[in-house]
Ligand binder design. Structure first.
Ligand code: CS2
Ligand code: MG
Length: 402
């Protein structure tokens, strides 16, 4: 099962994606996602210059050994670029192995723990009335879990919110757009949002909310205490989590369930959080944290401490990651929920896939492999476009967390 070629593709059907295709001498190929929103070319270059030359001639069946080779062999371990590149290789090799075994990926992981994967939708409103409409639309599609994000009076533009009818894509400018944030204005408003949604839809609907790294631990504790009575399913990324110990302060003051991890790239980023049960859901994703091989380790550690998975699933992760995540979600015993932001039709044309949505649940397919392919010819019609995520400043100009 010798690797004879490995190619990197950067394309932009509605947004940028980086894809790795590994081919073996038997003609079986596998594809992996290497997309890192706003830093796509860094991962593409890392793969082309420092990974692909090392892969040629290696045995594609030795997934673990290649993972260890790319992790330990680099000396400068971890980081988003390195772990996204390793993830792309890892996912492509799992795809090859499953194709060789002629079985869908979830079978290789250990078979089904559930017949379908519960997903949550995004509802984003510029104001509370707009948000209520968005929640209703998601509910009518069958979602029983919905993430709610609202505009905040006095803040021009905030995370997750766009004008009616405009699809949200944060990497929206060829240089970072500067946005302004006010924690005071946010804390003054967020209870109105939850109270209005609970008033309109009751308590059977699971409500999620993403604070997107913008609070201090004490502010996060305040928001958790304010929102507890509205029974959120989770409050996500309340604070930046480099200092995992910060969550001890939050945890000691609120019972609101906490989710974190979409920006993590290895088990070391979440070891303290998980072992001390400081969170309820781990959001670390296959494309940014070393692939299936490493995510299995994170999920197994989490299962020892009552922490469930809640994988990131935004549109800046390619359908390859969504496909893999659904196979993983179908197997993993301590599954929590899966984020679901449907890709544009053209993205599904470039990345044909066999998964589908039905009434609030996603179903991975039965195709051998992870069930996602890559149309090189069509992809070539959509060349890379520079696109950066915004940066955030406080009202006094202090650079803050976006
Ligand atoms: C967000 C992401 O979906 C989420 O939970 O945090 O959409 C995030 O803003 C983007 O992935 C950044 O590229
Ligand atoms: Mg998030």
């Amino acid at each position: 099962m010798k690797i004879v070629s490995a190619k990197v593709f950067v394309c932009s059907p509605s947004r940028n994606f980086v894809t790795l295709k590994i081919e073996t001498e038997e003609g079986i190929y596998g594809i992996g996602d290497a997309t890192l929103n706003g830093r796509e070319l860094a991962v593409a270059s890392y793969l082309e210059e420092h990974v692909v030359p090392l892969l040629i001639g290696k045995d594609a069946s030795r997934i673990e050994d290649i993972w260890q080779y790319l992790y330990r062999g680099v000396y400068w371990r971890r980081g988003s670029i390195t772990m996204t590149a390793i993830a792309a290789v890892d996912v492509a090799l799992w795809d090859i192995k499953a194709k060789q075994a002629n079985m869908p990926l979830y079978q290789l992981l250990g078979g089904k723990s559930r017949d379908s994967v519960r997903v949550y939708a995004h509802a984003n409103g510029t104001n509370i009335d707009h948000l209520i409409d968005e929640v209703r639309q998601a509910q009518q599609l069958g979602y029983s879990a919905i993430r709610i994000q609202s505009g905040i009076p006095g803040i021009k533009k905030t995370y997750g919110v766009t004008e009616k009818g405009i699809k949200y894509e944060p990497a929206n400018a060829s240089l970072p757009e500067e946005q302004v944030w006010s924690t005071t204005k946010y804390i003054n408003h967020i209870e109105n949002v939850f109270a209005a949604i609970r008033e309109e839809f009751g308590y059977d609907l699971d409500l999620l909310h993403d604070v997107h790294h913008r609070l201090t631990p004490n502010e996060a504790a305040q928001v958790g205490k304010i929102l507890e009575k509205y029974r959120p399913f989770w409050l996500e990324d309340m604070v930046p989590a480099e200092n995992q110990d910060s969550f001890r302060l939050i945890r000691s003051r609120t019972t609101a369930p906490l989710a974190v991890g979409e920006v993590f790239n290895s088990i070391w980023d979440c070891k303290t959080l998980i072992e001390n049960q400081l969170i309820d859901y781990i959001r670390t994703t296959i494309v940014h944290a070393g692939g299936i091989t490493h995510l299995r380790r994170i999920a197994d550690l989490a299962s020892l401490y009552h922490v469930r998975t809640g994988f990131h699933g935004a549109t800046d992760l390619s359908p390859i990651t969504m496909g893999c995540a659904l196979h993983f979600d179908t197997w993993v015993p301590n599954f929590g929920i899966q984020e679901h932001m449907p890709h544009e039709a053209i993205v599904n044309d470039v990345f044909p896939n066999d998964y589908h949505f039905d009434n609030g649940y996603m179903h991975c397919g039965e195709t051998a492999g992870h069930g996602v392919d890559f149309n090189e010819q069509l992809a070539a019609q959509y060349p890379y476009k520079p696109a950066y995520l915004p940066v955030n400043r406080l009202e006094d100009g202090t650079l803050w967390n976006w």
